[in-house]
Structure formats: C-alpha cells, structure tokens
Design a protein. Structure first.
Length: 562
C-alpha cells in the first residue's frame, strides 16, 4: 500500500513577512520528515512536498495557520517512494517569476472559468484565447485555435503583450481574452497583468489544462495533442493518461515523441533531432558520461544524484504537475543548459573543495566566477542565500552545499576512490569538526580585530590543537582516514591551506612536519593547478567558459574541443 503522500500547492496572498516564516517552516518540515520545495514570497507560496500523511498535513496546517493562507488549497497523490531527497524552504521575490513591479495576482487576477464552461467561452469568435506557456510546452499540444506566444520563459510574456497591444496586434483595442496554462499559477499572474493594463474582460481556466483533461471527456474536448508536464511522465492526455511524448531530451529538454525517438539523430541523454549538431564534442562526451552513470545507478537500484527525481508511483491524478510544472518552468529556466552551471569564487575554501571534486571527476561545468561584492542576479535567483559554491544542474536541481556538489561529482566518476576510502562515520565526523569548531577558530585567527573580547591567542590555541590532531593522524597513516586519500582529505585541505596562508613563516615553524608535507603535496599537484586557474568575473551574456580548464591553459582561456 502506498505510504508517501505528495501535496502540490500554490496560493497568492499578501505575505510581507514571508522571510520570518522561512526558518520556522523549514524546522517544522525537518521535524515531520517532510521533503520537497516550498517557495515563499511577498505574493504567496508555491511548492510540492512529500512525506507521511501526518507530516505533510502538519506542514499544511502550519501554512494555513497564517491568516493570509487560511484558504490555501492543495492536490494530493499517494506513492510508494519519496520523490525528493531533501527539504528546502526558499524566499524569493516572486513565487512564479514574471518581473513586473506592482502586479498583485491575489487582488487583480481575472475571472475563473470552470472546465465544464471553458468550451463555450473559447468557441466565441470574439474571444482571443492565449496559451501562456512556453514554446516547447505548447509545441506538443494546445487548445484548438489558441494563440501561442512561443516564449522561451514566462518573463518574456509582458513584452509579447506590449507588442500585441500595439496597432495591428492581436490585443489592439483590449478584446475579451481567455488564458490557460498547465495548472493555473501562471494564468493568475498573466490575467492580473492584462487587468493592470486596462483590459476589462479577462478569463482563465480554473485548475489549468490538467483539470480540464481530468474533467472533460475526449469526445467533448477542444484540446489537441499532449499536455507537457515537468516530471518523468513528460506528457499526459485526456483522463491524465500517459501522452505520446514519453521521453525528454536531457540535453535540450524538448519533449520527444515516437518519431524523434526513432530518429538516428537521437542519442539518449546526449542529443535529439531538435539539438543535433548544437553541442561541441566535449559537451556531448560529458552528457554521454552522465547518461552512463545514471544507467549504472539504475542497475544498482540506487538514485543518481544528478538525475531528476521521478514522480511518485500512483500519481496519476497529476499531482506534482500543478506545482512542479508551473514552478520549474521559471525557477529552473536559467539552468536549462546542456552543462551544469557552477557559481564559484576562486579563494573560497568551500568552493575550492567543490572544484577539486569536479576536476577529479572530469565532469565539465559552465564556469561562472563570482565577485562576492557584486553577486549576479542569476546566482541570487538560483540560490537566494547568495553564497558559493552553487551548482545548477541541467534538470533544474540546485545544489547549494559544497559537500553535496562533491558527492554529486564523485558519484559521476571517482577515479581516485575518494568516496570509498576511510570509514564513513570517521570521514563525516572529521569534516563536521572542520566545518564547525575549526572554521570558527580559523575565522578568529584571520580577523582578530573582529573579536576584541577574546583573550589573546585563544583562537590560535584552539586551531593549533585541532591541527595537532591531524598531525597525529598522519603519523598513523599516509592520509587522514587511512592509507588512501578520502573525502575528508579533499574537504579539509582548503581550510588547512587557509590557516597556513595567514602567516607562511609561522606555519613553517610549527611542529607539524607530516601535516606540512600533506598540504604541500596537495598544492604541488596538477589537479591544484586546474582548480586554482584564474577566470574573469562572469557577466550575463558572455561566452561560456568551461571548468575544469586544461592543465597549462592561460588564465581565462576557453576549454577547446579535443
């Protein structure tokens, strides 16, 4: 019997203090064992969560306890496995990004039309019917006669409306308008946009296409083709049965039907007829390696961290699509590239450890070097906390912790066996001690002026005692957790290096010959040269740089095709 409950939800409401809700909501999700993604913004909440029935409903109760969210509705489905590997509650400027200041969907959204009355509305020749979804979604199915703006992202929709409202455009004279999208959330904002611009009669399909396909029979339907959904089903048809497009190109994200799958230009995970010839050879090799690792994970019966998490079994009611499809179309848009996107800062020890693992794995990434005092908007959109490293995977998944990025990269390829070396509990405990007490002492050693209340030498004594423990470990074995380098060696090295860099002469005078030799060996390796390669600060629209660079490449050079 299915034991995992998945709940998809969104609700527009006035939430000016949404940031204050984030930590208590995250804590409640963690306490209840609930996983997934919840977005909070001044305009409301959007997300999908999964867990036990008691846990999910406790989180929903907490949301509804906020007066603006008291009428929040959700859709449920049962499954036999957890569809998410962690829980994230994020604060954003919008729960679905349109980028129009002053727009209030909770107040100004258009008039709902139930699926049973939708046909009569769109059959009226005086009504302009608009599919507000992106081009790759509407390409495989839409309502008969609907206008398809063919946008690449929802943020392009306001410009389309402006262009079509000009003389000669479809919206000249502000006609009656009916809009639809997958689950309804984009229509709430698009109809509010038109009403904000003076349109008097603006309607939208309640529950979106998914509700229509569930409620209206195929014989009475005006729908043609499949409905794209952002989960492993790829598309659905009437009754939410599987559609004919049952695969997704992992390179360009286009949905694939039988004709594309039979094409000689289709290579699973690498390319399809839509993107054939658009990738350089090294990118295709990276994609082929990712596909191979995912296949190996399937053979082992384990989840591949870089893969999109599958929809829960038994989710035939379409749950997940309402939130996942509507949210992912925007939150993941900036990361829908053929390569993972790595936001990094050259000297940050957390970023260094992530780059060490990526370089060792041979995985190519799009390299975005960040200036911390001028963080790019794309970084903050992907990860509002604004720290590095951040890795945005092609499937839209965002890894915000250095250890998650390391395990992802080494899960693809671990030629040096870092993940297998050392006892797991010992490795984990050593990394936790580094990231906790030692990192605190390290910061106080680096910036003593920020801690005038500390007794002189207290931080140095604390850091020194911990480093002495590493020296003793290296007296027993060649590496920190045995005779082979482990994840702990890789994760700790950048922080030990940062301590040594405070005063190199003082470091050399310490009675830690094994630790000094251990650090020197890391700093003298070819991998280190790649990891510390200099790159120019990334700017929107610049040509793509790839990480890791080739050994010996000039600073800021592009990785050429082999």
């Amino acid at each position: 019997m299915p034991e995992i409950l998945t709940a998809a939800l969104y609700h527009f409401a006035d939430l000016p203090d949404c940031a204050a809700l984030r930590d208590p909501l995250q804590a409640e999700c963690d306490r209840q064992g609930v996983r997934g993604l919840l977005l909070l913004a001044p305009e409301g909440v959007n997300g999908t969560i999964a867990g036990s029935a008691e846990g999910v409903r406790a989180v929903l109760d907490m949301l509804r306890a906020q007066p603006p969210l008291a009428t929040l509705r959700h859709k449920e489905a049962w499954g036999d496995r957890m569809p998410f590997y962690r829980m994230r509650v994020r604060v954003k400027r919008e729960i679905v990004t349109l980028g129009v200041p002053g727009l209030d969907a909770a107040r100004d959204a258009g008039t709902y039309v139930k699926p049973q009355q939708w046909n009569a509305l769109i059959d009226d020749p005086e009504v302009v019917v608009i599919d507000v979804r992106n081009g790759y979604e509407s390409a495989i199915g839409s309502f008969a006669g609907a206008v398809r703006p063919d946008t690449r992202s929802f943020t392009e929709f306001p410009a389309w409306v402006k262009a079509q409202s000009a003389p000669g455009g479809l919206l000249e004279g502000q006609p009656r308008v009916a809009m639809f999208c997958t689950g309804g959330i984009r229509c709430e904002k698009s109809t509010a946009l038109l009403r904000m611009q003076g349109f008097g009669e603006v309607y939208h399909l309640e529950g979106g296409i998914l509700q229509y396909l569930e409620d209206v029979s195929a014989d009475d339907s005006r729908w043609e083709g499949d409905c794209f959904v952002f989960d492993e089903r790829v598309s659905v048809a009437h009754g939410l049965a599987p559609g004919t497009h049952q695969a997704l190109c992992r390179s360009c994200r286009m949905p694939l039907g039988p004709q594309e799958l039979a094409s000689p230009e289709y290579v699973p995970g690498v390319r399809c007829p839509h993107c054939h010839g658009s990738r350089p050879p090294e990118q295709e090799r990276a994609l082929a390696e990712r596909e191979r690792q995912m296949a190996l994970a399937r053979q082992r019966g384990t989840d591949h961290l870089g893969a999109r998490m599958p929809a829960p079994a038994g989710s035939g009611s379409g749950v997940g699509s309402r939130s996942v499809s509507e949210h992912s179309a925007h939150a993941g848009a900036e990361s829908a590239t053929s390569l993972p996107v790595l936001y990094t800062f050259r000297r940050c020890p957390y970023a260094i450890r992530a780059r060490l693992a990526i370089a060792a794995s041979g995985q190519l990434c799009e390299w975005r070097e960040v200036v911390l005092r001028d963080k790019p908007a794309a970084l903050l959109a992907a990860s509002p906390k604004g720290t590095v490293p951040v890795l945005v995977l092609p499937e839209g998944q965002v890894l915000e912790q250095s250890l998650d990025i390391m395990r992802w990269a080494l899960g693809l390829s671990d030629p040096q066996g870092w993940l297998q070396a050392g006892a797991p509990d010992e490795v984990q405990a050593l990394i936790a001690a580094c990231d906790g007490p030692f990192k605190q002492a390290l910061d106080r050693c680096k910036y003593p002026e920020r801690h005038p209340d500390l007794p002189p030498g207290a931080a140095q004594s604390q850091a020194g005692a911990w480093l002495q423990g590493l020296e003793e470990r290296l007296a027993r074995s060649r590496h920190l957790c045995g005779n082979a380098a482990s994840l702990a060696d890789v994760a700790l090295m950048p922080f030990v290096r940062q301590y040594a860099a405070i005063d190199r002469a003082a470091w050399a005078a310490q009675p830690w010959p094994r630790l000094q030799a251990w650090l020197a060996a890391w700093e003298g390796g070819a991998l280190w040269e790649q990891v510390m390669h200099k790159a120019p600060a990334w700017r929107e629209g610049q040509e793509t740089l790839c990480f890791p660079p080739k050994p010996g490449a000039s600073p800021g050079s592009f990785r050429p095709a082999d």
